[in-house]
Design a protein around this ligand. Structure first.
Ligand code: AMP
Ligand code: MG
Length: 366
């Protein structure tokens, strides 16, 4: 069964986070809010809403999963996701991050261990990518009309861009773990974890399932995925990737076991003025949306937050510098590059390990 996971960004009220440019197809995925357990070859499926998008958890062949425990798992997952929102959502005015963003103080600001740890991880990715990934980019995201403060979809002048850039810069943010706290160097620095939070949510949900001794699962939040064990047919979990154009069918199929996969795209969430596309992913070095032809980047890694952050960073770096960095870092990465009316792909050597034989190609005519 094929689930088309595309979703457009809603411009009214809270942004419904789009799914990435890549069409994701979890093989055997069922629809439904909370189904199972069932005998035979169907996984138990739990799904719901979080982080302005949807989540789906499939659990395969767990012998002791009664209908009651399925409901309990859903309840636990929903409260876990609610807690993550209270910690780091910029769409929740009372979250730790929203309060930190409003605060003008420059001393240590106490946060939960998870928030401090995630910001630490984000800062590591910023250093590794020389600032291509930068969670202080929020003022620019807002300026371009893509944040919680959705604005007119117009191209701002250079003066406004420069003004907002002066509030950004990952070096103005720091995190410590004991006791957990974060800090800014000047009062107007803020934090937008949108590019890493879904991956983090997937990691937290996986840790919960691990602690519940569930060994065979596939978790997906808004297109970011983690899988462990095997599916209901006793095969490795498989996820399909197609080019970021709905006229393409599923191209590559990748197998995931104890691995996460995240995709970033500058294809679905954008606006267009005078024939130019302005993407929701901002190059912090210029203060402007990325404009190159890299349509999407998929990263496979043990840690979904890291895969999520790196996928965004590689989109910023583009098909050449991004690819070189991915190879240098030994990352399993697939890039889909728009070339007129077709797509081409660039996969790092490590990515090939995950691709199912016979399903290596995506490219073709649009
Ligand atoms: P993702 O879909 O994971 O690539 O995250 C994209 C979101 O992250 C955007 O909608 C912005 O809120 C935010 N963002 C945009 N540009 C950057 C950047 N260069 N570094 C970190 N976050 C960014
Ligand atoms: Mg990301």
């Amino acid at each position: 069964m094929t689930i088309d996971a595309k979703r457009h960004r809603s411009r009214t009220g809270r942004a419904l986070r789009h799914l990435p440019a890549v069409l994701l197809v979890a093989m055997g995925l069922l629809a439904g809010t909370c189904s199972g357990p069932r005998e035979g070859r169907e996984p138990t499926v739990i799904d719901g809403l979080t982080m302005g998008t949807t989540y789906t958890v499939q659990i395969a062949k767990h012998p002791r999963l009664s209908a009651r425990s399925v409901l309990q798992i859903k309840k636990d997952l929903d409260s876990l996701f609610a807690q993550i929102n209270r910690e780091m959502s910029i769409y929740d005015n009372n979250s730790e991050i929203s309060r930190f963003n409003r605060s003008r103080k420059t001393d240590w600001f106490a946060v939960s261990h998870s928030t401090a740890e995630l910001i630490n991880e984000a800062l590591t990715v910023s250093k590794k990518t020389e600032g291509a990934f930068d969670v202080t980019v929020g003022p620019l995201v807002n300026l371009w009309g893509f944040g919680p403060k959705t604005g007119n979809l117009t191209v701002p002048g250079q003066e406004k861009i420069a003004e907002q850039m002066s509030h950004c810069g990952y070096r103005k943010l720091s995190a410590r773990l004991a006791p957990p706290a974060i800090r800014k160097t000047t009062g107007n620095v803020s934090c937008d974890l949108s590019a890493i939070a879904k991956g983090h949510g997937v990691d937290r949900a996986a840790a919960y399932l691990d602690s519940a001794q569930i060994d065979d699962y596939l978790i997906e939040i808004g297109g970011e995925i983690k899988a462990r064990g095997t599916n209901a047919e006793n095969q490795p979990w498989q996820v399909g990737i197609a080019a970021p154009d709905s006229t393409f069918g599923v191209g590559k199929i990748v197998s995931l076991n104890k691995a996460a996969m995240a995709t970033s795209g500058n294809y679905r969430n954008y606006f267009e003025v005078a024939g130019v596309r302005y993407s929701h992913i901002i190059d912090p070095r210029t203060g402007r949306p990325v404009t190159h032809d890299l349509a999407s980047v998929t990263v496979i890694h043990d840690n979904c937050a890291y895969a999520d952050a790196m996928a965004t960073a590689l989109i910023v770096l583009g098909p050449d510098a991004g690819y070189d960095l991915a190879v240098r870092e030994g990352l399993a990465t697939l890039m889909i590059v728009r070339e007129g009316s077709t797509y081409s792909e660039k996969a790092t050597p490590r990515f090939a390990r995950f691709v199912s034989p016979g399903r290596e190609r995506i490219t073709g005519e649009r």
